[in-house]
Design a binder for this molecule. Structure first.
Ligand SMILES: *Cc1c(COP(=O)(O)O)cnc(C)c1O
Ligand SMILES: [Zn+2]
Length: 411
């Protein structure tokens, strides 16, 4: 089990268990595990990495990413040592994440940690897409209550494969930002808790298992890491997991260079580093709107900027056209469908290979953050989640609060 303490990446002070913020500054909190060497546990799914997850025991559900060495895509790109980590549904390769994205790697440790906190608070998640699905699936499997706050117009994307558990779905008349604002109001009421986004160490360390799994499979920390980002939390997580592997001592001593990819023109982190305007109409017409985040954890200590600095990494911009070509290429070469967000990472890899940013013999890890949705639909029927509480974003939160408790049977 993962014995750990929380330390602020800003001031270095140790923080109380369960804290989301440092009392002194804005730095991200980071876990420091007692075990310095990773020994895979004899547990299913993601819990094989329990030593480096901020939980005491395994949850009933929680699948893991699957890493393998690519042959066809590698040859096509002229790479000799390309590894793919796949988070999605692809049973032929052993990948069984049924909501088809790496957000489930965040949901499982988060739900388990919450259960262990034992204060009975209900998690509130505001999201438009993969995050809502993965938390809904996980909570349904574990039986924990959950409040989802989703823009009404994104409701059609909300499905799970499990039988719906004790979930209360609030549909907001507005966009993603209004859903977030309402989610914050709800989670600040007694009995509820916010998931914390990038500040939640269970989310980051869950995502970090992508790098752990790839290092265990290939034997070494990769030289390069490619991922499509919105907030960049996955990039921070990859950096943190790599630092732990360096400390472990058995997987090499170099951090992977982070190649983070954003979708142009809705690319705030890319714009900070390379200039160019972020379109006012964003996230409309994006190749995948899960890649848009208005307030990414960029400047905070321990955030995206520090991760790029520490690894000599960079952010690249990918157009819809480039992403589309990459999505087709991946499907042809590897014979599985991938989510549009993941195609943005494939496009970034393709560019880096063409421009010589990576050498043919260098070990590369491509994080395919989501895929296999077409494949899933051959094996499972999906259950769409219906809205329980239609909410105007200006509605009084007391009223919504009361209705939520009613839906969850908590009166
Ligand atoms: C959320 C998401 C991303 C971006 O993740 P970050 O939090 O920005 O690291 C990439 N791909 C998929 C499929 C996602 O759901
Ligand atoms: Zn601090």
């Amino acid at each position: 089990m993962g014995e750990y303490l929380l330390r602020c990446a800003g001031c270095g002070a140790v923080q109380p268990e369960g804290a989301l913020r440092c009392q002194e500054d804005d730095g991200l909190l980071r876990t420091e595990y007692k075990r310095k060497q990773l020994s895979p546990a004899d547990l299913p799914g993601i819990w094989t990495f329990i030593d480096w997850l901020p939980v005491r025991g395994p949850l009933t559900s929680g699948d893991k990413p699957v890493a393998f060495q690519s042959t066809d895509l590698a040859r096509e790109l002229g790479l000799e040592n390309l590894w793919i980590s796949f988070s999605g549904y692809w049973p032929e390769r052993g990948a069984r994440i049924r909501t088809c994205s790496f957000k489930e790697l965040e949901a499982a440790p988060t739900m388990q940690r919450l259960q262990e906190a034992g204060d009975g608070r209900v998690l509130v998640v505001a999201s438009a897409g993969n995050t809502a699905r993965s938390f809904a699936e996980t909570a349904s499997l574990t039986g924990q209550p959950l409040v989802l706050v989703v823009p009404k117009r994104s409701m059609h994307r909300l499905w799970i494969t499990a039988e719906r558990g004790n979930i209360c779905l609030v549909g907001v008349d507005g966009d993603y930002n209004q859903a977030i604002a309402l989610g914050e109001k709800i989670s600040s009421r007694p009995g509820f808790v916010a998931e914390g986004g990038a500040r939640n160490v269970a989310r980051r360390d869950g995502m970090g298992t992508v790098v752990l799994d790839a290092a265990l499979t290939s034997g070494t920390i990769p030289g390069h890491y490619f991922q499509a980002i919105g907030s960049g939390t996955g990039g921070i997580a990859a950096w943190e997991a790599s630092m732990r592997l360096v400390q472990d001592g058995r997987f090499g001593s170099n951090l992977p260079r982070l190649h983070l990819a954003q979708n142009l023109p809705c690319a705030p982190i890319y714009s900070i580093r390379h200039g160019g305007e972020v379109d006012r109409s964003c996230p409309q017409d994006m190749y995948d709107d899960v890649l848009f985040n208005r307030h990414p954890p960029y400047e905070v200590r321990g955030g995206v900027k520090d991760a790029l600095l520490a690894t000599g990494g960079d952010v690249c911009g990918i157009t819809n056209q480039e992403a589309e070509a990459a999505q087709r290429l991946f499907q042809e070469m590897e014979d599985i469908d991938i989510l549009p967000a993941a195609a943005v990472a494939v496009a970034a890899l393709k560019k880096a290979a063409i421009f010589g940013d990576i050498k043919p013999h260098e070990q590369v890890l491509l994080n395919v953050t989501g895929g296999g949705m077409d494949r899933l639909k051959q094996d499972f029927t999906i259950n769409y989640l219906k809205c329980d509480i239609p909410a105007d974003s200006s509605a009084p939160v007391e009223e919504i609060h009361r209705e939520i408790n009613e839906v969850l049977g908590r009166i």
